[in-house]
Design a protein around this ligand. Structure first.
Ligand SMILES: Nc1ncnc2c1ncn2[C@@H]1O[C@H](COP(=O)(O)OP(=O)(O)OP(=O)(O)O)[C@@H](O)[C@H]1O
Length: 550
């Protein structure tokens, strides 16, 4: 992007920002005198939406600024630790549906990736897109080789440049804000923008998305809870993805789900189970669960299954994090706050020099009121959110992967309760977590871990005697050389002590000699002292050890 177009974009962003009066919503700290002076000099850009509440103004501004800001707003809506609930609610309503781009451009982009005309591989390519989102556009067609219905998802032209330019502007602004706010501020704008950058850049590579989709599909290939469309890997490129076309009811269309007689209670429970299975069994979870990406199959409404799309953003946790997370949930439902605080330290999420008593107390203050609600109103997502919020006030930086998980969980719960308001999350998740934990600790766990590592050991076992022999030999040589090094070191120390002793004696003798020299009576004694001092100095200097490395 040239300087002129970057400047134009920056002006456009500022103009929209001021037209929605967002500057009036900034805290005093962020509006120093020079900012207010600058604002007054742009008097012609008035706030035209004075009558609307702040959250709505921010939402409308994001909508007008385009896809990057829309997605940013959606992401912000999940950061309830940073935003008040009404603002988060407004931002969550941002819709990611944008006008389609010219199908000629879509054709060109597809053919560039395929390096072949569309007609050579597909029949009935529909120029009218099935859907048009911020980053990509989806067209339907029939695959010539097998006659199956497919969709072609293609990136918008120049979307990378636009996103990178907008990201750069966001980054500069966030850095400026960070400087004004000073260290230790709660909003951490630069961190929020960096989180977003990672997320959105991940979505720009459809080849990566294709690989994620294949992995998720394989994880649930025999499942009656989740169906993931088949991906034609050989037809996937960084800017194009070809996959099976699915036919389902959008999960947000509750009326249509009811009309086809879907068992909503079962569907809601399956949603929660799916989340726990992805996190705890597979350690690979879909982290972009908005309604446009989840459908419900039209088959078997009495035993419904989900259909998952758009695996651009997937999350994984380390083994230790997964285990501590499960223990955290169990400890929470057993009201064991001490254990929760302990888990945060054991897992390394908080530093060991944290004031544990104060932290435990803070955890209790957060968790206890949740038990005043009926179980079917308790939200795991909120528990995690509040725990992370507490941890943050103890200056703990929560890892992005855990934030991603917390957001997904909040979404899944929201979805579950929308489908079936009486959903009891704990009853649904507890058996799963307990079963999982039993596989992680105790003799059963030891046995299954040993079983898991058996092929590795079978492979490595024949090398073992040779490795033992080599290591013993290495150990013996090492011991020998260590002994030699120690001897050298001791000798060095000894020489150094002797030399220091001689040099100090020489200094004493020389000082005494000089003093006696001035008193005429003991002239011979003075000479003797100085002579002895010189001899001691010479010997001491010569016996200095040489500088060497051990
Ligand atoms: N395999 C498919 N079969 C049928 N429809 C599909 C398929 N894949 C995508 N779609 C349709 O296209 C829409 C956009 O797809 P997708 O969510 O993958 O795009 P996107 O650009 O990643 O959008 P966003 O990131 O905003 O969710 C979906 O909501 C769905 O309606």
């Amino acid at each position: 992007m040239s300087f002129v177009s970057s400047f134009k974009r920056a002006y456009q962003v500022i103009a929209i920002f001021l037209h929605y009066g967002l500057d009036e919503l900034l805290p005093k700290k962020l509006t120093p005198w020079y900012f207010r002076l600058w604002r007054r000099s742009l008097f012609w850009l008035r706030n035209r939406h004075k009558h609307r509440p702040g959250g709505e103004r921010l939402k409308l501004a994001m909508q007008e600024l385009g896809p990057v800001y829309i997605k940013f707003g959606q992401m912000l809506s999940t950061r309830r630790d940073l935003l008040s609930d009404d603002w988060a609610y407004e931002l969550a309503m941002l819709q990611d549906r944008v006008p389609p781009f010219d199908s000629k451009l879509a054709r060109e982009a597809i053919e560039t990736e395929l390096k072949a005309p569309i007609e050579s591989l597909f029949d009935d390519f529909d120029d009218t897109p099935l859907a048009s989102a911020s980053i990509s556009q989806v067209h339907t067609a029939i695959l010539k080789s097998n006659g199956k219905k497919v969709v072609l998802k293609v990136l918008r032209p120049n979307v990378e440049q636009q996103i990178l330019a907008d990201l750069q502007l966001m980054r500069q602004t966030s850095q400026l804000l960070e400087t004004i706010l000073g260290p230790g501020n709660r909003l951490r704008p630069a961190e929020v923008v960096d989180d977003y950058r990672t997320t959105i850049l991940g979505e720009l590579n459809l080849k990566l998305e294709a690989l994620n989709t294949v992995r998720l599909r394989n994880n649930f290939i025999d499942s009656d809870a989740l169906y993931v469309p088949y991906v034609y890997e050989e037809l996937c490129y960084p800017r194009l993805m070809v996959m099976e076309r699915i036919d389902g009811v959008p999960v947000s269309d509750i009326a249509a789900l009811k009309a086809q007689g879907t068992n909503l209670k079962l569907l809601a429970e399956k949603g929660v189970q799916l989340f726990f299975t992805q996190v705890f069994r597979d350690n690979f979870f879909h982290a972009d669960m908005h309604p446009g990406n989840i459908f419900v199959s039209r088959q078997h409404p009495d035993n419904p299954s989900y259909i998952g799309l758009d695996c651009g953003i997937m999350g994984t946790l380390s083994d230790t994090d997964t285990r501590y997370l499960a223990e955290n949930f169990l400890a929470f439902f057993n009201r064991d706050y001490h254990r929760i605080a302990q888990l945060y330290v054991e897992s390394g999420w908080v530093s060991p020099d944290t004031d544990m008593q104060a932290f435990e107390q803070a955890v209790k203050v957060v968790c206890e009121p949740m038990f005043n609600k009926p179980l079917n109103e308790i939200s795991f997502g909120h528990v995690l959110l509040e725990l992370f919020r507490t941890a943050r006030s103890f200056h703990i930086i929560v890892q992005p992967q855990l934030v991603l998980l917390e957001k997904t969980l909040l979404y899944i719960e929201g979805l579950g309760r929308q489908l079936y308001p009486q959903l009891d999350l704990w009853q649904t998740a507890k058996p799963f977590l307990e079963e999982w934990m039993s596989h992680q600790v105790g003799p059963k766990a030891m046995f299954s871990k040993a079983k898991k590592h058996m092929p590795y050991w079978t492979d490595k076992l024949p090398e073992l005697p040779e490795l033992i022999y080599d290591n013993l030999k290495l150990g013996r040589n090492l011991l020998g050389s260590q002994q030699q090094m120690l001897d050298k070191y001791l000798r060095h120390q000894q020489r150094s002590h002797t030399s220091n002793y001689l040099l100090i004696t020489s200094a004493v003798l020389l000082i005494c000699g000089t003093i006696l020299f001035n008193q005429d009576v003991t002239l011979w004694l003075a000479r003797a002292c100085i002579a002895a001092g010189v001899v001691f100095w010479l010997v001491g200097w010569r016996s200095r050890p040489k500088i060497r490395k051990f």
